[in-house]
Design a protein around this ligand. Sequence first.
Ligand code: HEC
Ligand code: HEC
Length: 366
Amino acid sequence: MQKYTLFLLFLLSVVACKDKPPIEEEIEEQPIEANYNPTSYDLSIPDLLPEMDIPADNELTVAGVQLGRHLFFDPILSLDSTISCASCHLPELGFSDPNTVSFGVNNATGTRNAMSLVNVGFFTKGLFWDGRSQTLEEQALLPVEDHLEMNEAWPNVIEKLRRHPDYPAMFREAFGVEFRDEIDRSLATKALAQFERTLISGNSKYDQATRNEIFLEDEEVNGQQLFFFELSQQQDHPGCSHCHGGPLLTDNRFVNNGLDSVANLNDFMDKGRGIVTGNFGDNGKFRVPSLRNIALTAPYMHDGRFETLEEVLDHYASGGHMAENLDANIRPFTLTERQKQELIAFLETFTDESFVNNPNFKSPFD
Ligand code: HEC
Ligand code: HEC
């Protein structure tokens, strides 16, 4: 009798085993064939730019950056394989989007203009227009599951990556995982962050002039004087550098630059920083964006409301809309047509051709 039960159990277990999909078992159990031999990636930050804060548990490696670059350009991260990070962050446009608001899976539209990712590794006071994400690793989790963006679930993405013919080896080379089931979202977002930290721009005409390698044209020099504020200068001055100063061309604060006319601070359509802090006084404040490659990243502002730099200058010259928390440095100034062109000529010196044409920042699939 006992023998018979044992035999039955044995039979049952054979049947149970047969029920498991054998391919998956094979995939999960075989060690990944690839070598783990990490070489650190040399960021070579140009003089004048600050040091970059890199998390101790995500040092850059050549294989990590390569993996991140593949993930960044691969629509595999989206529900129907139509959208990659690069669909909204186009490398040839300084990793920004020419659409006013970006289109996600099924043409869903968001409410904000995609930000440029130029020098994004230096921004450690909060990412997004409202600063709601602290690190690039944390940020990279969000677009995948955002219904208006990639509209996919991380467990599905991870399943697709584990079964992929190439990614397991790349994960092994980057992070030393032995088995496919060690591939997870934390490693995927680490790789994306590594790639994003390499997106450094510091060789624009403006940088070259600052390093005394070239001279700016007279028109550009005049524009530079309109851009940079000096204490001796009178009030009637654009003074863009109050906020867009320093080597990164932003002071990374959250301010209201007067875009919207509101009866009170609760009336902002998009409350911006106020959504994150919950402080009434932060409603309508947005992060001061860097102006690097600004000539390439139209349309402008968090909602892409301005098509051209002329429109941006008209906004600032008007002094913006009054509000309790309007920044003190937003006030009307006069700008002749000629000065406007000079200021724009200076803004165009922020374009970094070597960044935009860097083959390492292009899709690895082309
Ligand atoms: C459907 C369009 C879309 C897709 C796809 C998309 N983004 Fe974005 N991205 C945006 C928009 C819009 C913002 C600004 C959103 C906001 O401020 O609320 C943004 C902001 C960011 C920022 C913040 C930059 C800064 O300076 O603060 C980073 C970093 C970023 N995206 C990386 C990624 C990565 C990595 C992926 C792929 C995993 C991705 N994005 C996919 C539209 C997109
Ligand atoms: C008081 C701080 C402040 C001053 C002064 C200032 N800006 Fe800005 N700037 C901002 C903020 C904040 C934003 C983002 C606002 C938003 O989208 O809601 C911005 C956005 C921009 C943008 C759009 C960037 C993008 O990626 O969409 C441009 C271009 C710009 N500013 C140029 C200038 C110029 C040129 C001047 C001088 C005439 C100037 N700014 C003066 C704070 C300032």
